[in-house]
Write a protein that binds this ligand. Structure first.
Ligand SMILES: Nc1ncnc2c1ncn2[C@@H]1O[C@H](COP(=O)(O)OP(=O)(O)OP(=O)(O)O)[C@@H](O)[C@H]1O
Ligand SMILES: [Mg+2]
Length: 238
């Protein structure tokens, strides 16, 4: 579904990603793990079309152009950005309506908003509240619900568990598992590596903008390089 080869992204003089290659097959959960500044967000933001890049990103056999966020969204790529990216001064309902702006099937999209409320009843309860008044976990639900409303095929989640209490973190991880069962393909950026490797099929470990190791999640969980990164205090949470 996604094939990246030799991806390079620069922020002026700073190189965020240095020659990353990776693949995601339809129906997989693929994790990108690594410490602060490893290049995880840069990679998913480039896939979403939010950054200039060199190298190739092919999605369903078509090369993606840099900075083509709206086109990529219409093609089925949705990003839940780091920090959630919800609009705090807008209501929950207005935030959800942002999620359907790219859809031409308006009537069906409105039904989908209702389906999202069925899936996340707390959002229905809070539909008229300002999004800034939601708890961290509720905001993350809202961000994911908004992304799902574009009816993506590939969902890019950038640190969805960041700042959440353990119970809410488990909720989010369970949700990702159910979304996959419903046929969604997921790229999951996380620092909570151990938890992530439990739900992912495969994972890539990034360091300094490069892939340093990759493989089946199950075997990576026992990989010394991973244990060193997670247990050696290099700023990666277990
Ligand atoms: N807007 C920016 N301008 C300049 N440099 C940036 C920018 N965003 C990221 N970088 C740099 O690019 C590199 C990769 O950053 P990136 O945000 O992709 O890392 P990350 O793996 O997502 O880290 P974190 O876990 O902290 O979110 C880092 O060196 C970072 O300082
Ligand atoms: Mg990041």
């Amino acid at each position: 579904m996604l094939e990246i080869s030799n991806l390079n992204v620069r922020y002026g003089a700073i190189q965020g990603v240095r020659g990353i290659s990776l693949t995601v097959k339809a129906g997989e959960i693929v994790a990108l793990i690594g410490a602060n500044g490893a290049g995880k967000s840069t990679t998913v933001r480039a896939i979403a079309g939010l950054l200039p890049f060199t190298g190739d990103i092919a999605y369903e056999g078509q090369k993606l152009r840099p900075n083509a966020a709206e086109k990529n969204l219409r093609a089925g790529i949705a990003l839940v950005p780091e920090g959630r990216g919800i609009l705090g001064r807008m209501t929950v309902e207005e935030n959800l309506q942002m999620g359907i702006y790219c859809r031409s099937d308006h009537a069906e999209a409105l039904i989908d908003i209702n389906r999202m409320y069925d899936r996340f009843p707390i959002l229905r309860e809070r539909r008229g509240n300002l999004a800034s008044l939601l708890s961290g976990g509720e905001q993350q639900m809202l961000a994911i619900a908004r992304a799902l409303l574009s009816r993506p095929k590939l969902l890019l989640l950038d640190e969805p568990s960041l700042g959440l209490a353990p119970k809410m973190t488990s909720f989010v991880f369970d949700l990702i598992g159910s979304l996959r069962k419903e046929g969604l393909t997921v790229m999951l950026v996380e620092q909570k590596a151990r938890h992530t490797l439990k739900i992912a099929d495969r994972a890539y470990l990034l360091e300094m903008g490069k892939v340093v190791t990759s493989g089946m999640a199950e075997s990576l969980a026992n990989d010394p390089q991973i244990s060193e990164a997670f247990l050696g205090g290099r700023a990666v949470n277990i």
